[in-house]
Design a protein around this ligand. Structure first.
Ligand SMILES: Nc1nc2c(ncn2[C@@H]2O[C@H](COP(=O)(O)OP(=O)(O)OP(=O)(O)O)[C@@H](O)[C@H]2O)c(=O)[nH]1
Ligand SMILES: [Mg+2]
Length: 340
């Protein structure tokens, strides 16, 4: 998934004004009648729900709005250059090269002017006689028309943050993608190897008349917030989720160490989030013990007792067999409802 691209956008230049004179019998010059140049096209970025990735910007990175056309004889005004509309998925942040956020395009059809087209140059018809320097002849001065202004040129980055309601987090191979595939119709890659998920997967969960978007991100390891493993780039995808589902594997030799790793990475990453945004650690979390099918009844009881001891509420599930998934969905909806 392309979730970060740098592109260059140039608005159209203004068309040149025209210098011409109406013909008057017996006179070298009639009155000036050159038309104005058209304004250059503006460049906008617009969110559309028809897109869900930034893939259209993977190869093409330079974009230009159309230039305005030159003015013509007999006061003919040049046509305005066509505006450019670049489309991005909702949830795209547009940033300046400095990192400053220009706008956050959240809603379908929301648009932002990114680069202003150059003004069309005035034709000699519009260059006022009063502005003629006293030592210049009218005929000489009027021969001139203005050139068009340059269109603005900007380099920006587009950064896509998924707009998911629920984020699945956990160490590699805990079964996040398997769980996503069971709760939604998403078909993420699943395998016993860690780091199977390389890019976030999205799916929609329908339950009790509700609809929630779930995001499964690559597994996190110690140091992920600093860029280890698949790095912190994916943590930003869950910045906007309302709820986290923390998936731990019953196969793990050290379950609680796994939990601590994830909690620590969420909290470390949160220090990088600008003030005013909710920290990942403060999001309501639903803890899930996955792969209970590999446990005997006694082992399961023993694990659940440990959760109790640490005062952690947990929902035991098996993504493979389907145990506990109904309860988990109920819980997710309950938490979502509470948040309103
Ligand atoms: N026995 C059992 N195996 C499971 C269960 N859920 C997932 N697995 C297996 O665990 C392995 C890892 O599953 P994934 O869903 O790819 O795990 P992940 O957390 O998405 O892994 P990464 O993308 O690498 O972070 C696969 O071999 C799955 O078949 C479960 O409930 N029971
Ligand atoms: Mg996965």
């Amino acid at each position: 998934m392309v979730d970060y691209v740098k592109i260059k956008i140039k608005a159209g230049d203004g068309g040149s004004g025209h210098a011409s004179f109406s013909k008057l019998k017996g006179k070298p010059y009639g009155s000036p009648d050159g038309g104005d140049g058209g304004d250059g096209g503006n460049a906008f970025i617009k969110a559309t729900r028809n897109l869900s990735t930034l893939i259209p910007y993977r190869y093409k990175k330079d974009f230009e709005a159309k230039d305005g056309q030159s003015g013509g004889k007999s006061q003919r005004k040049g046509a305005k250059g066509e505006d450019l509309f670049l489309e991005v998925p909702p949830g795209t942040l547009i940033k300046e090269e400095s990192g400053f956020t220009i706008v956050d395009l959240i809603k379908h059809d929301q648009r932002e002017l990114i680069a202003l087209g150059g003004k069309g140059g005035r034709g000699n018809d519009h260059i006022k006689r009063s502005s003629i320097p006293p030592n210049q002849k009218i005929s000489e001065f009027s021969k001139h028309a203005e050139g068009g202004g340059n269109g603005e040129e900007v380099t920006i980055t587009l950064e896509l943050k998924l707009l998911a309601n629920v984020g699945l987090v956990g160490i590699p191979s805990s079964g996040k993608s398997t769980l996503l595939s069971k709760l939604t119709s998403a078909k993420p890659k699943i395998s016993a190897h860690p780091f199977t998920t390389l890019e976030p997967n999205l799916g929609v969960m329908y339950h009790k008349g509700k609809e929630l978007v779930l995001a499964d991100i690559p597994g996190l390891i110690e140091g992920a917030s600093e860029g280890k493993g698949l790095g912190d780039q994916f943590l930003r995808h869950i910045e906007r989720t309302k709820i986290l589902v923390h998936v731990v594997s019953a196969e793990s030799q050290n379950l609680f160490a796994d939990i601590v790793v994830i909690k620590k990475e969420l909290s470390e990453y949160s220090k990088k989030i600008p003030p005013g945004n909710q920290s990942l650690s403060d999001k309501p979390e639903v803890m899930v013990l996955n792969k209970i099918d590999v446990l005997s009844e006694d082992e399961l009881k023993n694990k659940l007792d440990q959760f109790k001891k640490y005062n952690i509420k947990v929902i035991p599930i098996s993504s493979t067999i389907g145990d506990g998934l109904g309860k988990l969905m109920d819980k997710i909806i309950e938490v979502a409802d509470k948040l309103g």
